[in-house]
Design a protein around this ligand. Structure first.
Ligand SMILES: [Mg+2]
Length: 275
């Protein structure tokens, strides 16, 4: 297995630091589109074959491995069949952009309080969507946030574009922010993103190197965090799990891999070199 070389100098230095001092490295992965292929029904998403086992091996070789996702932790545990991994000392799961985490010692999900405004916005959503009148749009209740999916609408992109302004207004009315993703519009508390979650993990573990793997607009915040950590003297690597759908993330990446199979190949390459 050949480990792909990042195209940027900073990215190459990030990878070199991980290989040189793996015990001081934090590697973090988004779930959907990175570990599991994007599917029309998010309830049917499954990790790419072999990737969970590969993460388990990686967690034995580096300082820490985390999944940072917009989904609730319970979702990821169930969909990913991650029970065994979750028991590992060096493996962590952060859900809802860090508002939830899996606590290994108590074997339970620890959540921050439900943000004010989410309840009210959720209550007003059905009427708003009825009025917009796009068939096939679905609402995902994520407890700490609420997401509107248009991937299964008759005209996904049209519904996405048309719903964005009224949902932005609804979010703002309740002190929330509208966060767009791939055919999904999510209303959630402002200032909560994967970048904050990633920085907290890196700081908490005292890591000197960090790598983040993302595929969507919601991962830009984590790329920002990697860049801030680099400015602070850490080594960092930003990997885009490639997709033509999100050029803005690909432009910012040090390395683009070919979706979840490419992520698996990269992780296997790391495992081989670190062994
Ligand atoms: Mg994703």
């Amino acid at each position: 297995m050949v480990l792909r070389t990042p195209q940027s100098e900073a990215g190459a230095a990030g990878l070199a630091a991980i290989l040189d001092r793996p015990q001081e490295a934090t590697l973090a992965f988004d779930f959907d589109g990175v570990l599991s292929p994007i599917v029309a029904d998010p309830g049917l998403s499954r990790p790419y074959p072999g990737v969970v086992a590969a993460l388990g091996r990686l967690a034995e070789l580096v300082g820490s491995v985390s999944i940072i996702t917009g989904r609730p932790v319970a979702d990821v545990l169930r969909l990913g069949d991650l029970g065994e991994l979750a028991a590992l000392e060096r493996f962590a799961i952060f859900g809802l952009y860090g508002m939830q985490r899996w606590d290994r010692s108590s074997r339970s999900v620890v959540s921050e309080p439900v943000p004010a405004g989410v309840e009210a916005a959720r209550a007003q959503l059905p009427a708003l969507l009825d009025e917009a009148g796009f068939a096939g749009v679905s609402v995902e209740d994520k407890a700490m946030s609420v997401a509107v999916h248009t991937r299964r609408a008759d005209a996904p992109q049209e519904a996405f574009t048309a719903l964005r302004p009224p949902l932005t207004e609804l979010a703002e009315r309740h002190g929330l922010a509208l966060e767009p993703g791939r055919m999904v519009l999510e209303l959630r508390p402002p200032g909560i993103d994967k970048g904050h979650a990633l920085a907290a993990i890196v700081t908490g573990r005292g890591s000197r190197a960090v790598a983040y793997f993302g595929d969507d607009l919601g991962d830009l915040a984590a790329f920002d965090a990697v860049e801030r950590l680099r400015e602070a003297g850490l080594a960092g690597l930003k990997v885009c799990s490639g997709s033509d759908e999100v050029p803005r993330l690909a432009e910012r990446a040090d390395l683009i891999v070919d979706g979840p199979p490419g992520v698996l190949e990269f992780v296997e390459g790391l495992n081989e070199q670190l062994k």
